[in-house]
Ligand binder design. Structure first.
Ligand code: FMN
Length: 190
């Protein structure tokens, strides 16, 4: 791979939201490649904390119903937005697949938890870059609702949800530019 290739994938990676997805399905073979690439993330003490739950078809729509119902349950009347309720459900139906991002805490707690969160995030970045390189839209969503994921899935002891990774094909209209302050403002050279 050339330097230009890797620069392009990293710098062109964007959040692509379910509302932008088209009807074309993301294949199971591609999802398996994503997961395989996730599995190559760096991991201190090889705890390999990333865990994923892949939802397609009915399962994905059931998650949409669960999340929107949970939103209703946890929202006080005056804050309830029918628009938001519909949007939560719609994201699940619009996505071709959903990967629930989870982290399994090392049972012996041999490393700090933040390292396992970081490692899981690196696994997600591997999936995100793989999507970019293949023109598949995706993004990591972390709504408050993820705190209730344990009511939908049977989590292992020490496993928790860090987010929802939505996936779908999309019609590229124009490249969204990366909004970042200059790296020079964030680096000290010594
Ligand atoms: C850990 C994490 C959680 C995120 N959660 C959300 C979210 O809940 N809602 C959202 O719109 N975007 C979420 N994002 C995506 C960011 O909004 C997005 O990365 C940022 O706007 C920069 O855009 P870009 O990804 O296209 O460069 C999340 C990103 C990360 C890394």
């Amino acid at each position: 791979m050339s330097m230009d290739d890797i620069n392009e994938v990293i710098r062109n990676r964007r959040s692509v939201f379910p509302v932008q997805y088209n009807e074309k399905a993301v294949s199971k073979a591609f999802i398996k490649t994503l997961l395989e690439n996730a599995n190559h993330a760096p991991t201190h003490r090889l705890t390999q904390p990333w865990r994923f739950k892949v939802l397609q078809g009915d399962a994905k729509d059931r998650l949409g119903v669960f999340l929107s119902d949970t939103y209703t349950d946890i929202t006080v009347n005056e804050d309830f937005s029918p628009f938001k309720h519909k949007k939560i459900k719609g994201k699940c139906t619009s996505a071709s697949a959903i990967i629930i991002i989870c982290m399994q805490r090392d049972p012996k707690e041999r490393i700090p938890e933040w390292e396992e969160v970081a490692s899981t995030a690196m696994a997600v970045q591997n999936m995100w870059l793989t999507c970019t390189a293949n023109d598949i839209g995706c993004y990591w969503s972390s709504p408050k609702l993820i705190e209730y994921m344990g009511d939908f899935f049977d989590f292992e002891e020490g496993e928790r949800c860090l987010g929802i990774f939505y996936l779908g094909n999309y019609d590229k209209v124009e490249e969204r530019v990366s909004k970042r302050d200059p790296i020079e403002d964030k680096v000290q050279w010594l």
